[in-house]
Design a binder for this molecule. Structure first.
Ligand SMILES: [Zn+2]
Length: 468
């Protein structure tokens, strides 16, 4: 019976996913206080709220920050949290990113899987329950507009609206995520006053504004050579031989008789998986450290780096290589800068759920204490999410997934931070299928119609179970 009900919605689910994709709801700064994330994000919200209303739900626009669609009666509130904003489309799409074209059973477009398709699947799952079953709680689909940036939408919601007692977020992976590592952004810095009497000094560093949670693809540094003491050609051949020894991909470019530029090339990857990339910054620091030491211009921060971080991405030489059921700690060097006479290296760490931030801070402090001028700073920390595997919510959702798909999978732990952290007693539940390539934020993002329909069926069962 459930299969037939959902199958009946198929054309609507496809069409509404396409319509939402056609609204390019990328963040824009906005002077309008009622459209804080820009006109298009607001259009996406208004579109789905009016769709919800036409389907017979109660709806509310929460001052342009977010909105919700609700049905049912009772004191208890079951929540589903998704988002309508999307990351910028990027380049090289096979099909236009904001049309929602259908090819080979897939809907293509920015937001198809992250998170517009899963939001539509959730909405029609609510409709299936509302029109065909008796439940004893209210069910609310909460729609954020700022998930891809600062979560201001959900912070606003929490200040002004009712917090659901239990729920899920269709913004990550099936079968169900029970553990998400802590996310730590931190930095190590030192004053760096380039001195004209130095043999060689750094004048500029450019990482192309790489975000901390991305393995940097490119990084360059400009060096000034004091020509009264050193011969440029000799310096270049020294660097060349160091680069050759390490076999790194680093270009040397002579700007003039006193200046040269080194550009290091790596491979981009998500910061939660630094092992999948090649870090251009780490490689450049290793070369610079050895080169500068050759000319008695050692930089303490670089010395620290080569001794305690180097090419590692697990924190081993810092003694922070913790590991538990959520996996190993990962460390990504995401940024390096030289601004206002401060030389700084920025890091993004994913901290296993049972590790403590204080322990990591203490170990950083211990290792930098051997140097006079280094400063460690925790800039931002997002605590881990952990709900034990046998908890009611995790086991129930996982069981629904397994029964519907005839599989026998365990809930998973990930290094990322999903929208489920918005509320206590929430976990991420789909809509990416296990074993399928994660198309979030990718060129040619798509969701298959089969995935969309399966998700709708699974979400219908989940709502029935959580709101019974
Ligand atoms: Zn998302």
């Amino acid at each position: 019976m459930l299969d037939a009900i959902i199958e009946n919605y198929k054309n609507d689910i496809i069409e509404q996913t396409q319509k939402l994709i056609q609204i390019p709801s990328v963040h824009k700064d906005s002077p309008n206080p009622f459209q804080p994330f820009g006109k298009e994000a607001n259009n996406a919200l208004e579109y789905i709220l009016s769709l919800g209303e036409s389907l017979g739900f109660r709806t509310k626009n929460v001052d342009g920050y977010c909105g919700y669609i609700e049905f049912g009666e009772g004191d208890d509130l079951v929540g589903i949290i998704g988002h309508l904003d999307v990351v910028p489309e990027g380049e090289n799409w096979t099909y236009p990113p904001f049309e929602g074209q259908l090819h080979n059973g897939n809907i293509y477009g920015r937001g198809a899987i992250d998170d517009k398709g899963p939001v539509v699947a959730s909405l029609y799952a609510m409709k299936a329950v509302m029109e065909n079953f008796q439940i004893h709680k209210r069910v609310r689909l909460i729609l954020g507009l700022n998930e891809e940036r600062d979560w201001k939408c959900i912070n606003y919601y929490k200040e002004h609206e009712e917090i659901p007692t239990i729920g899920f977020s269709p913004d990550a992976d099936f079968p169900c995520i029970y553990a998400e590592k802590g996310v730590l952004n931190s930095s190590i810095s030192m004053p760096y006053n380039a001195n004209a009497s130095d043999n060689i000094y750094i004048t500029n560093i450019d990482c192309n504004n790489n975000p901390l949670n991305v393995v940097p693809k490119i990084c360059s540094a400009c060096l000034k050579i004091n020509s009264s003491k050193l011969i440029m050609e000799n310096c270049i051949s020294t660097i060349k031989s160091i680069i050759e020894k390490y076999d790194f991909e680093i270009d040397i470019y002579k700007i003039n008789d006193e200046e040269l530029k080194l550009t290091s090339h790596g491979v981009q990857a998500h910061g939660a998986h630094p092992d999948l990339g090649i870090n251009s910054i780490s490689r450049l620091i290793i070369i610079l450290d050895e080169f500068l030491k050759n000319y008695n211009c050692s930089i303490p921060l670089f010395d620290f780096f080569t001794k305690h971080i180097n090419l590692e991405y697990n924190g081993k030489s810092l003694n922070i290589d913790f590991k538990d059921e959520s996996g190993p700690l990962t460390l990504n060097i995401g940024n390096m800068s030289l601004e206002n006479n401060i030389l700084k290296i920025g890091m993004n760490l994913r901290v296993p759920v049972h590790s403590k931030l204080e322990d990591i801070e203490a170990l950083f402090a211990k290792h930098i204490s051997c140097y006079d001028n280094l400063t460690y700073l925790t800039e931002k920390y997002m605590s881990p999410l952990y709900i034990s595997k046998d908890n009611y919510l995790v086991s129930t959702l996982c069981k629904i997934y397994n029964e519907t798909t005839n599989q026998n999978l365990e809930p998973i732990a990930i290094g990322g931070a999903t929208y489920a952290r918005a509320f206590p007693n929430f976990v991420s539940f789909g809509a990416n299928l296990p074993g399928h390539k994660d198309m979030c934020h990718q060129t040619d993002e798509f969701i298959s119609i089969d995935n969309l329909m399966l998700s709708c069926k699974i979400y219908t069962k989940a709502i029935l179970e959580l709101a019974k």
